[in-house]
Design a protein around this ligand. Structure first.
Ligand code: CA
Length: 249
């Protein structure tokens, strides 16, 4: 696999405290991925099975990369088990042919996927994006791509820097992707976005790689959270035949 000249990247968290947990039974793929992560300064913990991966998840894990095909508990089982106890960003590795695998993994709560065989550059872009979305703190290396403007809307407050959405000061328990979806819609109030646009903007994938039902599911979950709080009338509205929009009140 030819690697094009790649700029060195800054890990977005303290490398001493933070580790990437890599769960893959294939020794050569594991070594390849580990090597690429370490070039970028990440500390890597390896696991060769789902069981071992679950044991090695700690509070200092900033990202989990898990292969779908594992002996024993497979990648889906790992995602399901981790989501019961953790909001850590999870990226799945899957074979190109298995579109169903990608959709299933995301529905279980994985944040993203890498399709094998992958280019190191693409893998690292997805790794960095997943860590960034999952991190409550801005990169110490001074990333300028995140606008820090807080969106305030009738009791609802969305803070991109802290990655928190609050209603009258009460934190909404959103996953990283749910937060991104709410934030994206709220930044353009009353503007309608199609499911395909949301896949491109929030999931950073081309429609067709991922079913639009993933968007529908996430919208429903965010909507339920907003509606469960009387402190705000902000809503995500379905516009029949067109998509979704954020109504401030
Ligand atoms: Ca495997």
């Amino acid at each position: 696999m030819a690697e094009i000249a790649d700029e060195p990247d800054q890990p977005s968290a303290d490398p001493v405290e933070s580790t990437v947990l890599l769960i893959e039974d294939d020794v050569s793929i594991r070594a390849f991925v580990r090597n690429r992560l370490e070039i970028d300064g990440y500390h890597v913990t390896e696991a060769a099975s789902g069981e071992e991966g679950l044991e090695k998840l700690t509070p200092s894990t900033i990202l989990v990369i898990v292969d779908v095909g594992l002996p024993g508990i497979d990648g889906f089982g790992v995602v399901r088990a981790m989501r019961r106890i953790s909001r850590v960003p999870i990226v799945m590795m899957t074979a190109a042919a298995d579109e169903g695998d990608r959709v299933f993994g995301l529905e279980l709560g994985a944040d993203d996927y890498i399709i094998k065989p992958f280019l190191p550059r693409e893998m690292m872009a997805r790794v960095r994006a997943a860590i960034r979305r999952g991190s409550p703190l801005q990169s110490a290396s001074g990333s300028t791509e995140e606008p820090a403007a807080i969106v305030e809307s009738d009791g609802l407050s969305i803070d991109p820097a802290a990655r928190e959405a609050l209603v009258d000061g009460v934190l909404l328990p959103l996953t990283a992707r749910e937060f991104e979806l709410l934030r994206f819609l709220a930044e353009s109030p009353r503007q309608v976005f199609s499911r395909e646009q949301l896949l491109r903007q929030v999931w950073e994938v081309e429609p067709g790689w991922l079913g639009t039902s993933t968007v529908t599911e996430h919208v429903h979950r965010v909507r339920r959270q907003l509606e469960s709080h009387s402190g705000t009338t902000a809503r995500i509205v379905t516009v029949r035949g067109a998509g979704y929009r954020f109504d401030p009140k």
